[in-house]
Structure formats: C-alpha cells, structure tokens
Design a protein around this ligand. Structure first.
Ligand SMILES: [Mn+2]
Length: 219
C-alpha cells in the first residue's frame, strides 16, 4: 500500500483536539508521513503541548505567519511589541531556545511530486522560491501587486491558480475549508470553536474533529 501523507490544518495551541484527530485517523509515525500546514502556536490553550506532540510524531511543519513572526522577534529582526511572543517565552521557559531552533528549520513551502504545501498561498505567476516569505505565509487575496493580501473585495489567490500541482494551504479560517480539484484549504478555525482538519493523501479523504470550545475570537 502506498504510504499515507497526513496534512493537518492550523492547530493554534489546540492540543486536545490535535490528539483526538491523530487518534481518529490512526496516525502512525512509523508508516505515515505527517505534515502540519503551519500556525501550530498562539491563541489557543497550549502552544508548548502542541510542539511536544509535534516532536513525538517526528512530523514536519510548513512555516506559518505566527512562526515566522516569532522567529523574527526572537532574532531581533522585528521590533514591535507582541503579546504572543511574551507568552510563548513564558510558556516554553527553558525550552524556548530549542523551540526557536526547531522552527528555524521549518520550510516556507514543501513541494513533492504533484503536491505543493504552503501556509498562506501562492502569489499568482510566481514560484514560491521567487516569492517574499511574508506573502507565502499570509496571502489570502490578490490585488495584482502584492500591497494588500487580505482585502476581501479582491479575489482569492487560488482563483488565479492554474498549475498542475495539488496545492494544500491553511491560514484562512473564515473560509471554513476549501475543496477544489487542485486546491485544498485546511484551516477550519478550531481555535475559534470550529474544527480541526486532517487531509489524508493519496485517497484525498478529509477527517475533522470539533473544537471542545471557542478559545479565541476570529479577527
Ligand atoms: Mn496563519
């Protein structure tokens, strides 16, 4: 049997729901390839518990906007106050440096045969290696220039997508998931009281678990 690839949507600290989802799909690190689509941290109950599960699974994760901001703050490349950053430092304590080092190695996208995984999405006409990392982790809509990536008056980035790869992304909880022949959205807003989603390839099966509660307000 072909090895399964399990791709998990935006967890945002929802460790209980993650455990349940992994159980429901019978995730097995010795036989499954397990990929997170990014934004494992912040907003929800425990970023650290999610990271610990992630490490036990020997999984890989794509960089999310929350991880990229955290890295830039940790490396002193971004100067702004972040309540998330202070909270992460406190929560991870002596493990914080290991956590940052781990995240530092996460890819901005993963391309594998006919599969492309990215947290936000693809800028029309550009391969990810030609794209600004911030755009990859945060794009929702496309204005033709890249100045405003989340104006819902503009069309979503995936309306422009004409490639052959199956693109799997997260980041856009308000969509409630997306299922098009060549584009699958996995953020179903667990931390906002929605669901946590896992896509199983190659069968293209979607498994969801309901959030135990609403942990944050959607913005
Ligand atoms: Mn995100």
């Amino acid at each position: 049997m072909e090895k399964r690839t399990l791709i998990i949507g935006d967890v945002h600290g929802c460790h209980k729901e993650l455990k349940k989802l992994l159980k429901n799909v019978n995730a097995d690190p010795s036989s499954d390839r397990i990929v997170f689509i990014g934004d494992l941290i912040n907003k929800g109950p425990s970023s650290r518990a999610v990271w610990e599960i992630f490490r036990e699974l020997d999984a890989v994760s794509i960089m999310g906007n929350h991880e990229l901001s955290m890295l830039m703050l940790a490396e002193g490349k971004l100067h702004k106050h972040s309540k998330y950053f202070d909270k992460l430092r406190k929560e991870f304590g002596s493990e914080f440096d290991d956590f940052v080092e781990d995240v530092h190695n996460w890819p901005l996208w993963l391309e594998d045969h006919d599969l492309m995984m990215v947290h936000g999405g693809l800028v029309p006409g550009l391969h990810p290696d030609q794209t600004d990392p911030w755009h990859l982790v945060s794009i929702r809509t496309w204005d033709g220039k890249g100045h405003d990536l989340k104006n819902e008056k503009n069309p979503p980035w995936f309306d422009f997508y004409e490639g052959d790869d199956l693109v799997v992304f997260g980041h856009w909880a308000a969509l409630g998931g997306l299922d098009r022949p060549k584009v699958i959205g996995l953020d179903t807003g667990c931390v906002y009281g929605g669901e946590l989603t896992c896509l199983i390839l190659p069968e293209r099966k979607v498994v969801r678990v309901k959030a135990l509660k609403q942990y944050a307000k959607i913005n």
